[in-house]
Design a protein around this ligand. Structure first.
Ligand SMILES: Nc1ncnc2c1ncn2[C@@H]1O[C@H](COP(=O)(O)OP(=O)(O)OC[C@H]2O[C@@H]([n+]3cccc(C(=O)O)c3)[C@H](O)[C@@H]2O)[C@@H](O)[C@H]1O
Ligand SMILES: Nc1ncnc2c1ncn2[C@@H]1O[C@H](COP(=O)(O)OP(=O)(O)OP(=O)(O)O)[C@@H](O)[C@H]1O
Ligand SMILES: [Mg+2]
Length: 260
């Protein structure tokens, strides 16, 4: 599976992005830059497609400060135009506004992103999902302003599982990595000379301290990807993947409308 012609994939994806943006009558691309591998690869593909019209936005939201450093290093290494907009205050303001009408939330713990495990799981996830949705709002602001498309970073593994926030990081115009599983994104990242630190970083949505994809999903990308690409998995793993995928299928569809 890993043995693919990444040089050709890179070239084809750059041409694909250029065509999608041109066909939309737009002139460039805006991408959220997290310091993770998916947004690093996506932003570099966009920069190669539209060197003068690619904008990366770094949007910390009570995030690990190291991620911002990695994102800036990446943008500077490849000459990607970027802005940093910290969403932490806005996010906290949002929570205060909710809290004033909902005494069940323990703001003290949640706002400081400290002991999130102490909050109800449901509240934790509902609040965490606001972060990608705030980012999406800002990305569309810059897309509207500049006549750009919002280029998403979702890969085939995440799309299969529905492992993204609906209308958050799933709220995008195009998804160039959508046909590559995570292990293939790593192959492409190596081909494109993305920083080794970014390539070897544990994949994480960064929605709370210590979150990482493997622990939350309960499967490794090796297990997920070999199943997606080759159908190779033990029965338990296959059933688990299909169960998660089925429960999130709605994220890949348009809202249901009555047919009468
Ligand atoms: N059958 C159905 N038909 C239509 N809509 C349905 C539905 N079932 C739920 N829904 C709606 O969907 C909502 C649940 O979906 P959603 O809001 O997305 O929330 P949910 O899937 O519960 O959470 C998002 C997951 O994605 C992960 N994530 C987020 C962001 C980035 C990354 C990353 O990889 O970096 C990962 C995050 O850690 C979490 O595990 C429900 O509240 C409901 O509104
Ligand atoms: N702090 C952030 N600033 C800007 N964009 C962000 C930030 N955090 C997440 N995003 C956006 O949300 C996307 C989804 O996050 P995700 O974690 O799946 O990708 P990644 O961080 O690029 O790679 P990895 O999955 O390996 O962590 C990112 O690719 C990026 O576009
Ligand atoms: Mg990440």
């Amino acid at each position: 599976m890993l043995d693919r012609n990444y040089k050709k994939i890179e070239k084809d994806l750059i041409a694909w992005i250029r065509k999608k943006v041109n066909d939309a009558g737009c002139k460039g691309a805006v991408i959220g830059l997290s310091g993770g591998i998916d947004s690093s690869v996506t932003s570099l593909l966009c920069q190669k497609a539209f060197p003068e019209n690619t904008l990366g936005i770094i949007m910390p939201c009570l995030s690990n400060p190291e991620d911002k450093v990695d994102a800036i290093k990446h943008a500077e290494k490849f000459g990607i135009n970027y802005k940093e907009i910290d969403l932490s205050d806005l996010y906290q303001k949002f929570m205060q506004t909710i809290d004033s009408s909902d005494p069940e939330i323990n703001l003290e713990e949640v706002i400081n992103n400290k002991n999130l495990a102490a909050a109800e799981d449901k509240i934790k996830l509902a609040l965490a999902n606001m972060k990608p949705r705030l980012r999406m709002t800002l990305l569309y602001y810059y897309a509207n302003l500049n006549n750009y498309l919002v280029v998403g970073t979702d890969n085939r593994s995440e799309l299969k599982l529905g492992y993204f926030t609906k209308y958050g990081d799933g709220g995008i115009d195009i998804a160039p990595l959508g046909n590559l599983v995570k292990l293939e994104v790593r192959g492409l990242a190596r081909e494109m000379k993305i920083d080794q630190k970014i390539i070897t970083k544990k994949p994480s949505a960064g929605l709370w301290n210590g979150q990482n994809d493997q622990d939350e999903i309960g499967l490794s990308y090796r297990e997920i990807d070999y199943y997606i690409v080759d159908g190779k998995a033990d029965a338990e793993t296959a059933a688990k993947i299909e169960k998660i995928a089925a429960s999130n299928q709605h994220k890949l569809e348009l809202p249901a409308i009555p047919n009468f």
